[in-house]
Write a protein that binds this ligand. Structure first.
Ligand code: NAD
Length: 412
């Protein structure tokens, strides 16, 4: 590490156009952050597979110029800072990037690095496509799961407006509610803590538009807007109503319907209460193709959906704003297995494929999906995958992280 990110001479930055679309050169500079824990093992595995897919799809006429940026443990060791300013600057300049997991040290001060990153470029939608590629899964028919969760990323209880039980601030806020707003002391007892749940029309609508465009572009038919609007009328209820207002905007006229059967080129927008959706995902997962939801519900729903197909190790994720995009693995740093070369690289590798799709390099992305399927069909995988097959009475070969990545690359 030379103390500065080394920008490749030959590559070019992706351009963000005034209408917030991206213009991708044939030689884009794409930054990656290895991440903590297993990050240094899974990041090279992802790069190997993505490079192979790009080479195979475009025969050398397109090439990614990767540039490493520092964050987390490695950044702290080399620069004394967990999130150097340079990292945020280059991420912004490059528009599209990818990262491994970053740890949040427990008990030490400082904001979560993931929160800093997500807010830095206003990545307001977290998108998690959940599908099954043949891996061991806890339900008998995981092929029925094929749903993309759109989790709002910039509103809700995650904004950290909180008043701790017993604090003076809580007493102030409580007094205001009791004396000026007529709230009963039963609802706000003296020893309560208070978390504020803001939800805004602007933030909701931009998120919903992104999800509807995604569904239309991919030909996904049934889009559910999910929340507990019956209980939290001012927030989740408003969110659900705003979603239906978006459906009436001229851009979606005739293309987003709210009743009846969607024809080709149409999507059906429907409303489902959160608890009902959690149940439906297990009982009738094929009924929904896109789920649009808020920050907290999105957290629960995407983890349940991921669990159905085998866990977060198999599910990719993209944080997307107005053009800016940061793709990442969905699991954490897995410190317990770090350095052993046994981490499953699929979440980050599939995030790499999702990034290629975002660049419009769909052929290369498809090669990755097909190759991962083939490798799993051949009963190859990291120990977590091999163990899953063993439990099912199926023989499988346990490979190291890099061997598994190579096995995937060979099948491209
Ligand atoms: P974790 O996902 O790191 O680990 C949970 C369990 O799953 C562990 O047993 C681990 O070994 C296993 N596991 C996770 N990923 C795996 C993989 N790719 N292959 C094989 N096994 C895998 O969750 P945690 O322990 O709750 O979190 C550890 C740290 O990661 C925390 O500091 C947390 O804040 C951070 N984290 C970061 C992100 C992110 O960067 N987006 C997401 C979640 C957690």
């Amino acid at each position: 590490w030379e103390g500065k990110a080394v920008l490749p001479q030959e590559g070019s930055f992706i351009k963000l156009l005034p209408d917030k679309r991206i213009e991708v050169p044939h030689n884009p500079i794409i930054p990656f952050i290895e991440g903590d824990g297993i990050g240094p093992e899974i990041a090279p595995a992802m790069i190997l597979v993505v490079n192979r897919a790009v080479e195979k799809a475009y025969g050398g006429s397109r090439l990614i110029y990767w540039v490493e940026l520092l964050a987390g443990d490695k950044a702290e060791a080399l620069t004394g800072k967990r999130m150097p300013e340079e990292t945020l600057e280059v991420l912004k300049e490059a528009v599209v990037s990818i990262k491994g997991p970053l740890g949040t040290p427990v008990g030490k001060g400082g904001k979560s690095l993931n929160a800093i990153l997500r807010q830095s470029m206003d990545f307001y939608s977290a998108i998690r496509p959940v599908y099954w590629l043949g891996q061991p899964a806890p339900i008998p028919e995981p092929h029925r799961v094929n749903v993309t969760v759109f989790r709002e990323n910039s509103d809700d209880v995650y904004m950290g407006i909180e008043y701790m039980p017993g604090s003076q601030d809580t007493q102030k806020v409580r007094k205001f509610f009791l004396e000026e707003m007529g709230v009963s002391p039963y609802a706000l007892p003296e020893d309560c803590g208070i978390t504020v749940k803001p939800m805004s029309e602007y933030k909701t609508k931009r998120h919903v538009r992104k999800a509807l465009r995604y569904a239309l572009e991919k030909g996904l038919k049934v889009v559910a807007v999910v929340g507990k609007g019956n209980i939290m009328k001012a927030t989740e209820g408003a969110f659900m109503n705003w979603a239906f207002e978006v459906a009436k905007e001229p851009e979606f006229e005739g293309r987003v319907i709210t009743e009846g059967e969607p024809k080709d080129g149409q999507v059906l927008l429907t409303r489902v209460i959160t608890d009902q959706m959690l149940m439906q995902l297990v009982l009738k997962p094929e009924a929904y193709h896109v789920i649009i939801t808020q920050n907290l519900n999105g957290d629960y729903i995407s983890d349940l959906a991921a669990a159905l197909v085998g866990g977060p190790g198999f599910v990719p994720s993209g944080n997307i704003g107005d053009g800016y995009a940061l793709f990442e693995s969905t699991h954490g740093t897995a410190y317990d297995i770090a350095g052993k070369n046994i981490a499953n690289p699929l979440s980050l590798t599939l995030s790499g494929a999702m990034m290629l799709e975002y660049l419009g390099w769909k052929e290369a992305a498809q090669l990755i999906y097909d190759a991962v399927k083939k490798a799993i069909e051949d009963r190859l995988g990291t120990p977590d995958i091999a163990k899953g097959f063993e439990k099912m009475g199926v023989e499988a070969k346990a490979l190291s992280t890099m061997e598994f990545a190579q096995a995937i690359a060979e099948r491209i």
